[in-house]
Design a protein around this ligand. Sequence first.
Ligand code: ATP
Length: 234
Amino acid sequence: MLKIENLNVYYGVIHALKDISIEVQEGEIISLIGANGAGKSSTLRAISSLAEVKSGTITYKGEDITKKKAELIPSMGLVQVPEGRKIFANLTVFENLELGAFTRKDKENLKGDYEMVFQKFPILRERQKQKAGTLSGGEQQMLAIGRALMSRPSMLLLDEPSMGLAPLIVQKIFDTIVEINKSGTTILLVEQNANMALSISNRAYILETGKIVKSGDAKELMNDPAVKAAYLGE
Ligand code: ATP
């Protein structure tokens, strides 16, 4: 569904992504794990055309999207939930969800989709008239995911959904990611929380200073002594 081949991204003289190749099949949950600054966000930003690609190709559903305009990508069903949520703080919860549906042509189906989001995150139903900026960190993350779901994505790119959240909330978010995947959305997940990410993924890629140093079946990586020592706190 998504194929990244030999991707290189630079910020000035900084070589942030070095010949990265990643493949995501339809229906999978794939995670990209690595420390701060390893290049995880840059990978997602390159897919969404928010970071400039120096060389390499990104293909989505058979189409080369490497140079596609960023604003045209979500309407292909490829939607990013950015790091740090980036919800619209001065708009209400409901207005944020409305914006998520902005590119939808089938406006008549929206009612059912608000309901689907509220079922996944009941707190958002209670808070729908509240300004999004007054939500807790966990609720803002739920809203960011809910807003992305309103566009009915085929594939979600999730950038550090666990960042700064308490363990119980992280569990809730990850349970919902699994649920979203089961209802047919392919997931590419970027996480520093390698334990959580690997526990829900089919496969994973490990990034170190802009390079993929290891990849494979998530369960096997969880049992790999080097991965355990470096990423799983064992
Ligand atoms: P984090 O979890 O901290 O976001 P990351 O794995 O997502 O880390 P990236 O944000 O992709 O890492 O950063 C990869 C490298 O590129 C880092 O060395 C970072 O400092 C650098 N970098 C990222 N964005 C920029 C930018 N806009 N200008 C210059 N350097 C950047």
